[in-house]
Design a protein around this ligand. Structure first.
Ligand code: NAD
Length: 415
C-alpha cells in the first residue's frame, strides 16, 4: 500500500507538492488540514486520483489517519503544529515519518524546540530542501564525480535564488516569517553551496562550516513607491518593520579529512525584476566547471503588444513571473525542474528501505545556524567564526534585529 501523506497548510507550497506527487510512485495525498479548509487542493487531489484527499478540521484528527505528516504551513505556525502532532501520537496515532519545508525554524531556539518535539514523537524526519534534489545539480555531481577524484574537488560554489518578491503578506512581515529574503531564500542557497562542495558519497553535513560573512540591503522595497505597494497589497508597513530584499555572503568550509578549504557564495533577492524565479548555480574546480540556470528553457513564448489583450495569469508560465507579454520563458514542469519530485522520491525510498532520508531535521537545524550566522555578520559588520565556542553559544539565543521588527536600526529607508 502506498504511503499515506497528510499535509498541514493549503497554500502555494502545498499545491506545488501535490503537482509533484503526480510523478511519484508509492505516495498518496491522503489528507489535508489548514487554517481554512483547503478544498481547492483537495479537489485537485481527487480529480487527478492522487489519493483520498480528505480534508480534516484539526491536525490531531488528520494525524490519526495518515503515515507521514508534512508541515507546509507558514514558518510562524511550526511549533503549534508540532505540539498538535505530538498530542495525537501520545493519544495513540502511529506515524512513519515527519516532513518539514524550509526553514526548520526562524531562529535556533525555535528550531531546537521543533527538533525536541520530533525526538519526543520518535519517528524519522525529512527536511525538504528541494534545491539539493535539482535533477540538473544531481546530474552535474554524477558526471563530475570522477573528474573531482582526478583533479580535486570544487573550490568555489555560487548559488543564487532571485525573484521579484513573495506572494503572501506573512512572508513580508519579518516578525512572522523570520526576516526578509535571507531567512526566506538564503536557507536554499546556503544549502546548495554546501552540498555542491560536498564530495560525492559523503553526508550533506560532512564539510565543516568555519566562517560566515554576509551583507544585507533594502534596495527596492524600501523606496516610497514600493513601500506603498506593499502597504496596499499586503498591509505591511516597511517604514515600521522593514526587512532586507537583498542578501549576499560567503561561507567557508573545511574538509575534515583533507583539511582543504572551499568557499560557497550565496546571493538572494526579492528585487529581481525579470521573467520570474531564477536559480543560478555554478561551481568551479581545477580544470572544470558546472552551471545551472533555471531560466534557460527550450520553450520561449512571445506575446507582442497587439496580442496582449489575450494574456492570462503570468504565473502560468513560471513561478513568480510578473509579466505576461513580451518574450517569456516558460518551464512546463517546474515541480521536477526545482527538485520537488526527487525530494518526495527520496522520502518514499527512505521509508520503504528503512534508511534515513538524504536530509533530516538535524541538518535543517544546521542551515538555521548558518542563516543566523549570516544575519549576525551583517548586523555586526564582522566575520562570524563558527569554530569559536562563545560565538556558537551566542547563536543559540540570537534573534536578528530584523526578525524582532527592529530592521529600521540596520536597513536604509529612502525618503
Ligand atoms: N521549497 C520552496 O521553495 C518553498 C516555496 C514556498 C514556500 N515554502 C515554505 O512552505 C511553507 C508554506 O509556504 P506557502 O508559500 O505555501 O505559504 P502560503 O501563504 O501560500 O500558504 C500557507 C497556508 O497555510 C495556511 N495557514 C496559515 N496559518 C496556518 C496555521 N496557523 N496552521 C495551519 N495552516 C495555516 C494558510 O491558510 C495557507 O493555506 C513556508 O514554511 C515556506 O517557507 C517553501
Amino acid at each position: 500500500m502506498a504511503i499515506q501523506l497528510g499535509i498541514i497548510g493549503g497554500g502555494f507550497v502545498a499545491a506545488f507538492h501535490v503537482r509533484a506527487s503526480e510523478a511519484v510512485r508509492g505516495l498518496e495525498i491522503a489528507a489535508l488540514t489548514s487554517r481554512t479548509p483547503p478544498l481547492g487542493i483537495a479537489e485537485e487531489v481527487t480529480s487527478k486520483r492522487l489519493g483520498d484527499g480528505v480534508v480534516y478540521d484539526s491536525i490531531e484528527e488528520m494525524v490519526e489517519n495518515v503515515d507521514v505528516v508534512a508541515l507546509f504551513s507558514p514558518n510562524f505556525a511550526r511549533i503549534p503544529a508540532m505540539e498538535a502532532i505530538a498530542r495525537a501520537v501520545e493519544g495513540g496515532a502511529s506515524l512513519k515519518a515527519l516532513v518539514c519545508e524550509k526553514p526548520l525554524g526562524r531562529n535556533m531556539a525555535e528550531a531546537r524546540r521543533i527538533l525536541q518535539l520530533a525526538e519526543q514523537i520518535g519517528v524519522p524526519t525529512s527536511y525538504f530542501e528541494n534545491q539539493i534534489h535539482l535533477p540538473s545539480l544531481i546530474a552535474a555531481r554524477t558526471q563530475l564525480g570522477a573528474v573531482a577524484d582526478a583533479m580535486g574537488p570544487l573550490g568555489l560554489a555560487r548559488a543564487a535564488e532571485e525573484h521579484a518578491g513573495p506572494h503572501n503578506a506573512w512572508f513580508w512581515d519579518p516578525t512572522q516569517q523570520g526576516g526578509g529574503v535571507l531567512s526566506d531564500m538564503g536557507c536554499h542557497s546556503i544549502a546548495v553551496g554546501w552540498y555542491m562542495l560536498t564530495p560525492v558519497g559523503k553526508p550533506a553535513d560532512y564539510l565543516v562550516p568555519e566562517k560566515v560573512t554576509a551583507q544585507v540591503g533594502l534596495l527596492k522595497w524600501g523606496q516610497p513607491k514600493w513601500r506603498q505597494e506593499l502597504k496596499d497589497n499586503f498591509g505591511v508597513d516597511y517604514t515600521k518593520t522593514p526587512a532586507e530584499d537583498f542578501a549576499t555572503g560567503t561561507v567557508t568550509f573545511r574538509d575534515p579529512e583533507t583539511q582543504k578549504v572551499s568557499l560557497a557564495q550565496f546571493t538572494v533577492s526579492w528585487m529581481y525584476d525579470k521573467q520570474g524565479l531564477r536559480l543560478l548555480i555554478d561551481g568551479l574546480g581545477p580544470g572544470y566547471a558546472m552551471e545551472v540556470n533555471s531560466l534557460r528553457s527550450p520553450l520561449e513564448l512571445f506575446i507582442g503588444d497587439a496580442a496582449a489583450a489575450g494574456v492570462a495569469d503570468a504565473e502560468v508560465a513560471l513561478e513568480k513571473a510578473t509579466a505576461s507579454q513580451g518574450l517569456l520563458t516558460v518551464q512546463p514542469d517546474e515541480p521536477a525542474l526545482y527538485g520537488y519530485v526527487d525530494e518526495q522520491r527520496d522520502l518514499v525510498e527512505a521509508i520503504e528501505d528503512g534508511r534515513p532520508p538524504l536530509l533530516d531535521w538535524s541538518y535543517g537545524l544546521e542551515i538555521v545556524r548558518l542563516t543566523m550566522a549570516a544575519y549576525m555578520s551583517a548586523e555586526q559588520g564582522r566575520t562570524v567564526d563558527l569554530t569559536d565556542p562563545s560565538t556558537l553559544e551566542e547563536l543559540e539565543t540570537y534573534v536578528p534585529l530584523i526578525q524582532q521588527g527592529r530592521g529600521g536600526e540596520v536597513l536604509d529607508l529612502v525618503d
